[in-house]
Design a protein around this ligand. Sequence first.
Ligand code: ADP
Ligand code: 5GP
Length: 205
Amino acid sequence: MSNGGLLIVISAPSGTGKSTVLKQLKEKYNSVRFSVSATTRKPREGEIEGKSYFFKTEEEFKRLIDDNQLIEWVEYCNNLYGTPRDYVESSLKEGYDIILEVEVEGAANIKKQYPDCVSIFILPPSFGELEARIVGRGTEGRDVIEKRLEKAKKEVTYFYDYDYVVINDDINLSAEKIIKIIEAEKLTVKRNKDILLKLGLVNKE
Ligand code: ADP
Ligand code: 5GP
């Protein structure tokens, strides 16, 4: 992938603030692309078709799976979520960096298919704060909140499979940390194997 773009996979337990942090990152750092997932979840207030998600019926989603149009997909809290293949693959080929926001199973699946990707896990400062954030967001009923908190307890243990960790106690700082991770990754030797040739510092042989 050294000549293509960088694939960045970001996960966080629901309610950690991932969407908020990534919205901030989008404003600060517009050279990176964002994959838009397909989901059967109903839109939350303020979510926009094609920007937040591609909202699908279960039938439409299953057609995407059958037509091999998703890189990966999962069932999460009774809804289906999946990453559309075309935009990710064409972006990487054209040299664009692209961010995927996925839960832990999807991240593991992507790491298998794209071992060169860089993965980042965003953690909440505590479970108490996580609950306060989900409740504060006001988009889910109590039963869904309980389900997501239960899920969060399992999800945090996947943290060890990731390359980087960011604790989201401050939205701005978290966005800046993610930018630093991306910038540093792009400077690693393994992603710049052909730099000596490009700079003319060595001959072709
Ligand atoms: P996620 O995408 O991880 O499910 P959201 O981005 O929807 O989470 O954030 C959940 C709630 O937490 C939102 O109400 C958001 O405003 C709030 N939030 C996000 N980051 C922080 C932070 N660093 N400090 C306090 N509240 C935050
Ligand atoms: P939410 O309903 O809060 O928007 O998302 C629930 C969870 O699904 C989050 O952890 C989010 O990152 C994850 N998610 C969103 N899109 C995808 C996707 O395409 N694939 C996978 N595996 N997870 C996704």
